[in-house]
Design a protein around this ligand. Structure first.
Ligand code: DSN
Length: 407
């Protein structure tokens, strides 16, 4: 392509680059991939069709790709100590779908966390395809502590006899006891899937207990706390490997996106470096300090804090809904997402909560003192939401803060 042919798209890219550089990103499911990861994602590897698995391909010219995919598989195996790894899922939802389709029959019962309590769409929400194919029974959280109640899950499991129990969440800030889930699954003869999309980076460095050895299958994404390219990975016990691999390809997907598979390998190498442990420790410290500061300022933080990279604030108590707060903060270039909270009476488009995550801002080198500054910027924006001039000046402060962070 001629240089500068696509001026329109170039302008949009530059706009987005600026947004990412000037704004404070607190979206818990996002992060910034390294230049090395992005280089590989946008490399010549995007030109090749590579169907099948290493050693058994349906196209010629795949030799290098066999080595790339094997490298990715070996790196994930070594990080997580998993028996079997499939690095081809295009996303976390595709990874979950492959597991369901490989191991369940239509009509089987899945016991999973309710979206409103912190679960994920692909675990069986009524607007997701899974809801039409399977009988979904949901567990929530304790109405007082807002934490997972394992006794409730066990009672539900005994009552509904699920074929599959899923542990894992998109909006849950406390340790998940995978061993306890495995015991419940064992007791009722269910398979156990741990979806560690959010926790993968923390688990990789031992800052959250691992489900490996407890779960039959583990799914994850590579772009959240794992800090890699967008994509999914499946890990499982050897006995499920063949069924899952076959269901993913050729069952659901065609050619793997080898540029992304290679970028997953790069991310896995980065995760194995000593700096990644320090980074993840900082992610957790930053989330804990931010949650504390919110509570000091009078906000209601669910569960009273966090053990991981995120926490939820109930903004109903300040007379707003999550959508309003999301919009106020977006107007000053601070990015959070509105989120349902357990027992929410508000509709999903304007729920009662916001979710705050620290993986992305910690990649930008934020420390605890920076988190305190950020929470005060958030608080001032909320309190001055009807003062456009004040919001303009907060936005300038946000840009100056980010410039100083990068300096
Ligand atoms: N949408 C992602 C999240 O925000 O947690 C999960 O897929």
């Amino acid at each position: 392509m001629k240089k500068n042919l696509d001026i329109q798209l170039q302008a949009l890219l530059e706009k987005e680059q600026l947004r990412q550089r000037q704004g404070i990103n607190l979206i818990a499911s996002e992060n910034y991939a390294s230049q090395e990861v992005m280089n590989v994602s946008g490399s010549v590897l995007c030109n090749k069709y590579v169907e099948g698995y290493p050693g058994l391909r349906y196209y010629s010219g795949c030799g290098v790709y066999d080595q790339i995919e094997q490298l990715a598989i070996d790196r994930f195996k070594s990080i997580f100590k998993a028996d079997h790894v499939n690095v081809q899922p295009h996303s976390g939802s595709q990874a979950n779908a492959a597991v369901y389709l490989a191991l369940l029959q239509p009509g089987d019962t899945i016991l999973s966390m309710d979206l409103a309590a912190g679960g994920h769409l692909s675990h069986g929400h009524k607007v997701n395809w899974t809801h039409q194919f399977y009988n979904i029974v949901s567990y929530g959280v304790d109405p007082i502590s807002y934490q997972i109640n394992y006794d409730q899950i066990e009672a539900l499991a005994i009552a509904c006899k699920p074929k599959l129990i899923i542990a894992g969440a998109s909006a849950y800030s406390r340790i998940i006891d995978f061993e306890k889930f495995a015991q419940i699954a064992d007791k009722v003869g269910a398979l156990f899937l741990a979806d560690i999309a959010h926790l993968a980076g923390l688990i990789a460095v031992g800052l959250h207990p691992s489900p490996v050895g407890f779960a039959d299958v583990i799914t994850m994404t590579t772009h959240k706390t794992f800090q890699g390219p967008r994509g999914g990975v499946i890990m499982c016990k050897q006995q499920f490997a063949q069924k899952i691999d076959k269901m993913l390809m050729p069952g659901m997907q065609g050619g793997a996106l080898m540029n992304h598979v290679a970028a997953k390998a790069v991310a896995a190498l980065q995760v194995s470096q000593p700096e990644f442990l320090l980074y993840q420790k900082q992610v957790i410290k930053n989330a804990q300090v931010a949650a504390q500061e919110c509570m000091k300022l009078g906000y209601r933080v669910l569960t009273g804090g966090t053990d991981n990279h995120m926490f939820l604030i109930d903004v109903q108590s300040i007379g707003l809904n999550g959508r309003q707060v999301e919009e106020i903060l977006e107007s000053v270039d601070i990015f959070v997402n509105r989120n349902a909270i357990a027992f929410d009476r508000q509709p999903p488009l304007s729920p009662s909560g916001i979710r705050i995550g620290t993986a992305a801002i910690t990649t930008c080198r934020a420390q605890e003192s920076d988190m305190i500054t950020i929470i005060h910027l958030i608080d001032r924006a909320i309190k001055n939401c009807n003062q456009p001039q004040v919001l303009d000046s907060i936005k300038e402060e946000v840009h100056a803060f980010m410039a100083q962070l990068f300096s």
